[in-house]
Design a protein around this ligand. Structure first.
Ligand code: SAH
Length: 396
């Protein structure tokens, strides 16, 4: 039986290719790949059958590789970087499964890992990926823009260092502008970015800039963009992300009980609730704490020991409303609206809560959790975002 090697040859220069990638290409009788990839490994192709394919012929490459391997051939399907990162490894396995292929039976398959573009780019600009990062491809050819925009938003909100693959092409010019706009909602305009074009190739070009100026940079098909988090900085032309956030290590002279100078602060799972409790005791409301921590209220109430989960959120709402009270928040809006004692009549899935001469309409399908803290009750949606909160008090 034959074998398929799925080989990533790294960013494009021989020293960045792994030993195993070189072996796999040597071992293969047939090498299949996009024309520019074939050029990159040209010195290894003597005496081999070489099949060049265009960008749009991805499935053809898989079909051909499997045919050759079924006939007993050793085939290397090659791609730049790591073949499992926005590469052919996925489509190849999907095709194999469609054909009824199983691991360990028939054709052998080996994925040969390679240095992916974000690592290659990072190595050329300093140390931008030393803390949590994610990669997002801006190509909306196979992914709807709404999905990409949602991921940019989530990454920006969570302060990830972001690597952008496929930032721009001849036909896709606006995506990088939109990406910068979304990131700028959460990050400083001065956030450092690195624009790395053709890493480890003859036309390599590296520019360090800022998020606000990103869209003006020269960016193309072979560019990877690295965007720092809120702690990243540029010094001596190098983009560096510190390994932790400030105050991870206690400085001498600022030690609190139980801390040692230079030792990692224990901000672990156990001490986090204690810190929240301290904020509560200092008079911050759970909503204020959630805002400060940039987390949904549900995470705060879950972690705060004095808060109790209420088993049946809808029944709890019915019971709270039958007693009247004060509406103390609606979504993230702080309010102080008197509520008359009333019956909750759910008309699926909405129910009306009377307020003065009007009412608010609440989607009960969204009521996923409720928590009681002191005398206050909080209702949350499935993501833990607050829907409303009621405190007992004089009915209006
Ligand atoms: N499998 C590849 C990624 C393919 S997607 C890998 O793991 O690297 C193609 C995108 O990769 C390009 O649009 C660009 O963003 C990035 N890329 C690939 N080679 C690159 C290089 N030499 N320098 C900079 N970016 C590169």
């Amino acid at each position: 039986m034959g074998k398929i090697f799925l080989v990533g040859f790294g960013p494009g220069a021989a020293p960045q290719m792994t030993e195993r990638a070189r072996q796999a290409i040597d071992e293969a009788e047939t090498v299949i790949g996009y024309s520019t990839y074939i050029q990159i490994v040209a010195d290894q192709l003597k005496g081999k059958e070489v099949i060049k394919k265009g960008m749009t012929e991805e499935l053809d490459r898989c079909v051909l590789a499997y045919e050759k391997a079924l006939a007993g051939g050793k085939v290397a399907l090659i791609s730049s970087g790591d073949i499992g990162v926005y590469g052919m490894a996925g489509p190849m396995y999907e095709y194999l499964f469609e054909q009824g292929w199983q691991p360990g039976q028939g054709v052998e398959v080996e994925v040969v890992t390679g240095v992916t573009a974000l690592c290659a780019a990072a190595s050329l600009v300093g140390a931008p990926l030393t803390h949590d990062f994610c990669s997002i491809s801006l190509s909306d050819l196979l992914t709807p823009w709404a999905v990409i925009a949602g991921r940019l938003e989530a990454a920006a909100r969570a302060d990830f260092v972001v690597a952008l693959y496929n930032p721009k092409s001849g036909r896709r010019r606006g995506q990088i502008i939109e990406a910068a706009r979304i990131l700028l909602k959460y990050r400083s305009p001065q956030t450092p970015v690195a624009v790395v074009k053709s890493a480890y190739r003859p036309k390599e070009r590296i520019v360090c800039s800022t998020l606000v100026e990103l869209a003006e940079q020269e960016i193309g098909m072979l560019t990877t963009v690295l965007i720092g988090n809120s702690s990243s900085f540029i010094q001596q032309g190098l983009l560096v992300t510190p390994r932790g956030y400030a105050n991870k290590y206690s400085a001498p002279g600022q030690l609190k009980a139980g801390e040692e100078a230079g030792k990692s602060l224990s901000l672990g799972l156990k001490s986090w609730p204690e810190r929240l409790k301290k904020k509560l005791d200092q008079g911050q409301s759970p909503l204020q704490i959630a805002q400060g921590e940039r987390l949904p209220l549900g995470e705060i109430l879950f972690a705060l020991e004095p808060a109790q989960s209420v088993p049946d959120p809808l029944a709890a709402l019915q019971s709270a409303l039958s007693q009247g009270g004060r509406l103390i928040c609606m979504g993230r809006l702080k309010t102080s609206i008197p509520l008359a004692a009333q019956e909750l009549a759910p008309q699926n899935p909405f129910c009306a809560i009377q307020i003065g001469s009007g009412h608010i309409s609440l989607n009960t399908a969204q009521l996923a959790m409720a928590y009681q803290l002191g005398e206050r009750l909080y209702w949350l949606d499935p993501q833990g975002e607050v829907l409303l909160a009621i405190a007992p008090g004089r009915a209006g």
